[in-house]
Design a protein around this ligand. Structure first.
Ligand code: DON
Length: 331
């Protein structure tokens, strides 16, 4: 059961943030660079020009522009969320025994493991994400999909479902991910039944969200794991820290360094066209636009976030971000 939705703070049409969101939506509508993902055949059916921007503040205020009701599959944006679930279920040390936390600098579906330990580089690339999903499958068995759906639904503030057609399309064509699962099995990073864990991974990637859902999930992470629109406690404070750390260093794949430089907040993208970014203790940001660049990141999503960060001073090392207020009280 999801908790009752708390009435969000009323939107103010003349609000400065809403004006900026409208402005960015108008400006970047004309950016048509990039291609819709086709390697999962069903994804190619997404109309390429759909575009949405959504912000949900930790205080509950919401700001939207564009196709905010358009549903699309969450894809890799599920990865930090299942990682957080695994950290809570197994503890950080046990999770780290299976997956490292080092940026790979390689494409998301690269078939490689770290020298020495044979662990996946991090939970944001497919090797690491599949290892995490296998852990969840091992713990929850047949209930695992329900557990993932419940957790993501609590973070989004409404019940989420999977897109059956995308799931079947990925299951039919996911040979590379199948190879990854068997590699993990070979190195003992997956206990058993690679097919069942893979099936769960394909399903978690096929969860349907809207841009507003992603912004609400981001706001939940920004609000120490508590959904600001429903009041639901969704993630533990300690696991939120782990989730955001991984998103900051590895969330945008082999563009993560550029992203940290240009935007400066933790983020995660998916090949469905979503980008989710978190401004700690302040606001969740999401964009949706399915045209992707060569890294698999949404072209419009990157430009909107770069400009939002610059106009609102969101970068973690912006001179206006003055550091720990806690330290301020004890120094
Ligand atoms: O593993 C896959 O191929 C997809 N289901 C998820 C990949 C993804 O979203 C990568 N993102 N940029």
């Amino acid at each position: 059961m999801l908790p009752q939705r708390i009435e969000p703070a009323p939107e103010r049409p003349d609000n400065e943030v809403q004006t900026l969101v409208d402005e960015l939506y108008e400006r970047y509508r004309s950016l048509t660079r990039g291609e819709v993902a086709t390697y999962i055949p069903e994804l190619a059916r997404m109309p390429p020009d759909k575009f949405a921007i959504s912000l949900v503040a930790a205080s509950g205020q919401t700001f939207d522009a564009g196709d905010n009701d358009q549903a699309f599959t969450i894809q890799s944006i599920s990865k930090p969320l299942t990682f957080g679930m695994a950290v809570e279920a197994f503890g950080r040390d046990e999770v780290l025994r299976h997956v490292s936390v080092e940026p790979s600098g390689d494409v998301f579906n690269s078939i490689e493991l770290q020298d020495g330990t044979n662990r996946p580089f991090n939970p944001m690339v497919n090797t690491g994400a599949i290892a995490i999903t296998a852990l969840l499958h091992h713990r929850y068995g047949d209930e695992a999909l329900e557990c993932i759906l419940e957790r993501l639904s609590a973070a989004a503030g409404r019940p989420l479902t999977i897109d059956q057609a995308v799931y079947e399309s990925e299951r039919r064509t996911g040979h590379r991910n199948r190879a990854i699962a068997h590699l993990l099995l070979n190195f003992g990073l997956m206990e058993y039944d690679a097919e069942a864990a893979l099936d769960l991974y394909f399903k978690q990637c096929s969860i349907l969200v809207t841009c507003r859902d992603l912004a609400t999930i981001a706001a939940t992470l920004s609000n120490m794991g508590c959904n600001p629109l429903t009041g639901a406690s969704t993630y533990e404070v300690a696991s939120v820290r782990d989730i955001l750390s991984i998103m900051f260093t590895c969330g945008m794949y082999d563009y993560s360094g550029n992203w940290a430089f240009r935007v400066g907040v933790p983020a995660k993208s998916g090949v469905g066209g979503g980008v989710m970014a978190v401004v700690n203790r302040q606001i969740g940001i999401a964009t949706f636009s399915p045209r992707l660049d060569s890294h698999g990141n949404s072209c419009r999503g990157i430009e909107v976030c770069v400009e939002l960060a610059s106009r609102l001073g969101l970068h973690a090392f912006d001179c206006l971000n003055a550091g720990s207020s806690y330290l301020g009280t004890i120094l």
